[in-house]
Write a protein of this length. Structure first.
Length: 249
């Protein structure tokens, strides 16, 4: 499962149980969530990266994290046994002498190893949306393009205690450019990222994760990639609904 933090980064809480546990993570007076507990632990080191698919905006002057210097709000859209949806809104993001409004809708589905994002960007002139994967403990990035979906991913000893962890981002496009943020400095660092034109909104993408303690199969890159490709193919299929009207006698 993924978790949002105060920097508008995205974290990963790796689970070893099917129980719902996020409401009890990090409670005051309890053990740190960076240590293994009965349900699992926080498995990702994020630092100043985009972590597990956080948002940024790109202009000719560089990358700008979505969040700092603006007003942020949260709204629960839906909570159910099969799917939950929440909205994060960021109003008045200061970028290049203009202010931008971003709405990030996040949805999760029971039994799925990903979260889905829909992003709307208002008042953005000559900008692109950016999302990415932290590369603190991985110097290799892999990618593949299918008919209408592309994805890129890392797989390495990049979990908090050095376990195997795979992370992937799926985007609905036939071309994919992967860039690398600086290793150090101000702003966003240590990230493999891609930028997406704001031509059609909402912009959609999926972030997928696989931790070897959740499923031993994810200890190998081949098994993780097989899972990512399966999810990419399913995501790209547009369901067709046919209605049949029975004749009246």
């Amino acid at each position: 499962m993924s978790c949002h933090d105060a920097r508008n980064g995205m974290n990963i809480f790796g689970k070893v149980t099917d129980a719902l546990v996020l409401d009890s993570c990090g409670l005051k007076g309890g053990p740190t969530y960076h240590e293994m507990r009965s349900w699992g632990m926080d498995i990702l080191k994020v630092a100043n990266s985009l972590g597990a698919g956080a948002l940024a905006l790109e202009t000719s002057s560089g990358l700008y994290r979505v969040g700092p210097g603006c007003r942020g709000t949260y709204r629960l859209v839906k909570e159910g046994p099969l799917r939950s949806i929440l909205d994060l809104e960021f109003e008045g993001i200061p970028i290049d002498n203009q202010t931008v409004h971003v709405k990030h809708r996040i949805s999760i589905e029971a039994g799925k190893p990903y979260y889905k994002s829909q992003v709307w960007v208002e008042d953005a002139m000559d900008m692109k949306l950016v999302t990415g994967i932290v590369n603190l403990h991985s110097d290799s990035v892999y990618s593949k393009t299918l008919d209408s979906v592309s994805y890129f991913y890392t797989h390495d000893n990049q979990a908090y205690n050095g376990e195997k962890l795979g992370m992937a981002i799926l985007v609905p496009c036939s071309t994919l450019v992967i860039l690398t943020a600086p290793e150090e400095g101000e702003g966003i660092t240590q990230t493999f990222y891609t930028s997406i034109a704001l031509n059609e909104q909402p912009i959609e993408f999926c972030f997928v994760a696989g931790w070897e303690k959740t499923d031993p199969a994810f200890a190998t890159r081949e098994s993780f990639e097989t899972m990512v490709e399966r999810e990419a193919i399913q995501w790209s299929v547009v369901p067709e609904i046919t209605y049949k009207v029975e004749g009246k006698s």
